[in-house]
Design a protein around this ligand. Structure first.
Ligand code: AMP
Length: 365
């Protein structure tokens, strides 16, 4: 156990979006300050933080000054440059550490890490470099089945950098569109549900996990997260076991989000890990109104080396993202006594932009 940050200490956060904003609010509740580093002068987290640096992520001088001004550093996105992570970790505690970034920012590293820990994942392979030819396609279909999901190894999110290859046509053109990029090919998983778990580990190795949530996507963006998830108790336990194995395997400190596919129905349910996110996660926003201590507060507690807070759920929750124009309904949502409204303070509504979310709270069943 390293020394805990006392109240009044400052946590540096790389990234100034809604996740950084909600982390900064949670930190403030504990008497901790946040310093946000983000290139966008209009960052939602700037409104609620004690200090701000507006600079490019590759501005090493700005980064050094930022790190020197804080007591520990965390981040709200996984694409932090590994060189920058090293520079930070040489000066101050970086939580989660560089290993979590290295594994999670490359889909191939991630799948290989998970498979190496005997954690169930769907079929995957890489062909590097690959020829966009009928032979390559045939090889892929033979190895992975009739439908394949092709993904860029890095920088994909919300379905970007992904395409489907099907044996019955069009595959060659789609394959050619990804030529020259580092990609991973995955067997299409005919999942019954998508679920996720938020788990947290302190620097002393203590682990806690929130209940599993069931997620529905629309246009590749998370639409709703519902707790409890419609899965068997054994499946819920299995998700917790997998989370513990990943957290220990990465010597992780902070909150980690794990997304799963559930294959098969009740009785024969099986979990496959789709991906991990080394940060607080959109599908964990329900914890703000479903638990005494949210994912944001527990992440801050872990980063500050404080005791973790309870993760028990006291209510059933449906979290709905407010995307683009959905946020224009703020007045009606604010008037709904079951809806806890969270807005991110983004000045401009744009299609597909996450503007806020609503947690609809009912008594725990
Ligand atoms: P990802 O960016 O990997 O989280 O993928 C975004 C979404 O695409 C997932 O939430 C799934 O709905 C779908 N998807 C991704 N990979 C697969 C796969 N191998 N099989 C089936 N659906 C997938």
């Amino acid at each position: 156990m390293t020394e805990a940050l006392p109240p009044g200490a400052t946590i540096g956060i790389l990234g100034g979006g809604q996740l950084g904003r909600m982390l900064a609010v949670a930190a403030a509740e504990l008497g901790l300050k946040c310093h946000i580093f983000c290139p966008d002068p209009d960052s939602p987290a700037f409104d609620v933080s004690a200090a701000q640096t507006i600079a490019a992520y590759d501005d090493r001088d700005a980064l050094e000054a930022f790190v020197r001004s804080v007591d520990a550093v965390t981040y709200e996105f996984e694409n932090v440059d590994l060189g920058a992570a090293e520079q930070i970790a040489a000066l101050k505690p970086l939580r989660p550490g560089a290993k979590a970034l290295e594994v999670s920012q490359d889909r191939l590293n991630e799948k290989q890490f998970l498979a190496g820990k005997d954690i169930p994942v769907g079929g995957f392979l890489t062909v590097d470099p690959f020829e966009p030819s009928a032979r390559t396609l045939e090889f892929l279909f033979e190895r992975l089945g009739e439908t394949i999901v092709m993904k860029t190894r890095r920088f994909g999110y919300d379905g970007k950098g992904q395409a489907i290859l099907k044996r019955d046509g069009g595959g060659l053109e789609t394959l050619a569109g990804f030529a020259g990029q580092d990609v991973i090919f995955e067997a299409f998983v005919p999942f019954a549900r998508e679920v996720s778990i938020m788990a947290v580990r302190g620097s002393d190795g203590e682990i806690a996990a929130y209940d599993v949530t069931e997620n529905v996507h629309a246009d590749h963006i998370l639409a709703t997260s519902t707790v409890p998830a419609g899965i068997q108790p054994e499946t819920e336990q299995e998700a917790r076991r997998i989370a513990a194995r990943i957290l220990h395997g990465l010597d992780y400190v902070g909150v980690l989000g794990i997304e799963f596919f559930v294959v098969g129905e009740s009785g024969g349910e099986k979990l496959l890990v789709n991906e991990i996110a080394p940060r607080v996660h959109n599908s964990g926003h329900w914890t703000q109104d479903g638990c005494a201590v949210s994912q944001f507060e527990n992440h801050i507690r872990a980063v500050a080396d404080w005791p973790l807070g309870p993760t028990d759920r006291h209510s059933d929750i449906v979290m709905t993202n407010l995307i683009g124009q959905d946020a224009a309904e703020w007045r009606a949502l604010a008037a709904d006594p079951q809806a806890r409204l969270h807005l991110y303070g983004k000045s401009e509504i744009r299609p597909g932009r996450k503007m806020g979310h609503v947690n609809r709270v009912t008594r725990r069943t």
